[in-house]
Design a protein around this ligand. Structure first.
Ligand SMILES: Cc1cc2nc3c(=O)[nH]c(=O)nc-3n(C[C@H](O)[C@H](O)[C@H](O)COP(=O)(O)O)c2cc1C
Length: 201
C-alpha cells in the first residue's frame, strides 16, 4: 500500500494551478502503484487555525490536567501529525504568495512541527522523527524566482521538511504563470516535464 498525503494550499482550492498539477502528479503516481490511497487536506477549504497562546498552553498542560477545549486543540494537531506519520509520500501544492508560502500552509507547518513528536533535540542538534518519507512540492508562481533571493518559499519548505526528518524532497516549479501566454505555457510545460522526469527514475 502506498499512502499519499495531499496538502493543497491555493486560495482557489481545486481550481488553483498548484492543485491541478497535484492532480496530475497523483494520477501519475497512481499508475505506478498497485495499491494506492490518497488522503487530502485542502487548507483553504478546511482552514487550519493559527497557533496562539491558548494552543501553546494546551500543549504545555499535562495530559490529565487539560480541559475539554485544550484536549480538542491537542487532538486537532495530533490528527494533522498522524496524517503525515501515516503517509509514505506527501504531495504539497504550494503557490507563491508574497514571496513565500500561503499563510494556511505556514499554519499547517506550525501545527505539525512539535518537539518530542516530529522532532527532538539531541547533543548533536535537532533530529527529525518523520523519516522514510518522500515529499513532492509543487510551487506555482506568477513570476520567475527559482534560485533567486526573491524565493524565500522553497528554502523555507526544504528547511522545515528536513527539520522534521523528511529529507527526500523534490520540487516541481511552474513559473512565469502571470507573464503572458507564452511564458505561462512554458512554465506549465516545464512543470509537467519535471513530473515525468521525476517519476521516470
Ligand atoms: C495573494 C497573492 C500573492 C502573490 N504573490 C506572488 C509573488 O510574490 N510572486 C509571484 O511570482 N507570484 C505571486 N502571485 C501569483 C501566484 O503565485 C500565481 O498566480 C500562481 O499561479 C498561484 O497558484 P495557485 O493558482 O495554485 O493559487 C501571487 C498571487 C496571489 C493571489
Amino acid at each position: 500500500m502506498k499512502n499519499i498525503l495531499r496538502i493543497d494550499s491555493s486560495l482557489f482550492q481545486e481550481n488553483g494551478v498548484s492543485s491541478q498539477l497535484a492532480d496530475e502528479l497523483i494520477s501519475e503516481l497512481g499508475k505506478r502503484a498497485s495499491d494506492f490511497n490518497v488522503v487530502t487536506r485542502s487548507l483553504s477549504h478546511d482552514r487550519v487555525p493559527h497557533i496562539d497562546a491558548d494552543w501553546i498552553n494546551a500543549h504545555s498542560t499535562a495530559e490529565d490536567q487539560r480541559d475539554e477545549g485544550q484536549r480538542n486543540k491537542v487532538a486537532y494537531s495530533r490528527e494533522l501529525i498522524n496524517e503525515v506519520q501515516n503517509a509514505d509520500a506527501l504531495v504539497i501544492g504550494a503557490p507563491m504568495y508574497n514571496f513565500s508560502v500561503p499563510s494556511v500552509l505556514k499554519a499547517w507547518f506550525d501545527h505539525i512541527t512539535q518537539a518530542g513528536v516530529t522532532f527532538t533535540y539531541t547533543s548533536e542538534g535537532p533530529h527529525g522523527l518523520l523519516t522514510g518519507k518522500t515529499a513532492y512540492v509543487i510551487t506555482t508562481r506568477g513570476g520567475q524566482h527559482k534560485d533567486k533571493p526573491t524565493d524565500t518559499q522553497i528554502p523555507f519548505i526544504k528547511t522545515i521538511l528536513n527539520f522534521i526528518g523528511i529529507n527526500d524532497v523534490h520540487v516541481i516549479y511552474a513559473e512565469g504563470l502571470n507573464m503572458g501566454d507564452g511564458a505561462r505555457d512554458q512554465g506549465l510545460a516545464d512543470a509537467r516535464q519535471s513530473i515525468n522526469q521525476l517519476l521516470a527514475v
